[in-house]
Write a protein that binds this ligand. Structure first.
Ligand code: ADP
Length: 151
């Protein structure tokens, strides 16, 4: 049976830290599905969703084991749809841990076949966060260094 993992997140934007988790996830799973949570009724993103899908798809175009999907439902239900038994998440610090712990417990309650697999951030990416990148970009700062593609 194929080992399929969802990598769920907002990816606003998708960073080098996320890219690192995907590449390392490919060593563990046959397929990694980058799943961008997106509420179609709320326009609360900073980076355009279509732009982000395009950038991520281009980044992995040579790798058929990476897919990108948009979703607007429970992550646990999306996993069932894609026959994914794993959720892939990254951990940078204890703040991430507190948050991830709760989500992971809930996801397993909702779908008992779903195991969350956490990868500890690579040290060179530990300080990269989508929130900080949005702030820097908003005020005209250069964020190229933190993204695995050009914007
Ligand atoms: P969410 O919107 O669910 O908080 P994000 O889009 O910010 O998710 O991130 C998705 C996942 O990637 C989360 O598990 C987050 O902890 C992880 N992540 C984010 N930045 C990094 C990084 N620099 N290194 C490792 N993991 C990261």
């Amino acid at each position: 049976m194929k080992k399929i993992a969802l990598f769920p997140g907002s990816f606003d934007p998708f960073t080098r830290g996320h890219h690192d988790i995907v590449l390392r996830g490919l060593n563990l799973f046959d397929e990694v599905i980058i799943s961008i949570g997106h509420n179609t009724t709320k326009k609360n993103r900073y980076f355009d969703i279509e732009l982000m899908v395009d950038k991520i798809e281009t980044l992995y175009q040579a790798n058929p084991r990476v897919k990108v999907v948009l979703y607007n439902e429970l992550t646990s239900s999306l996993a069932k749809k894609h026959q994914a038994n794993y959720l892939l998440r990254g951990l940078r610090n204890t703040t991430d841990f507190e948050y991830e712990n709760t989500i992971s417990q809930m996801n397993r309650y909702l779908n008992e076949n779903l195991e969350t697999v956490f990868l500890i951030t690579s040290p060179q990416f530990a300080a990269i966060s989508s929130t900080i990148i949005r702030e820097v970009h908003r005020y005209g700062g250069n964020v190229r260094e933190f993204l695995p593609y050009e914007i």
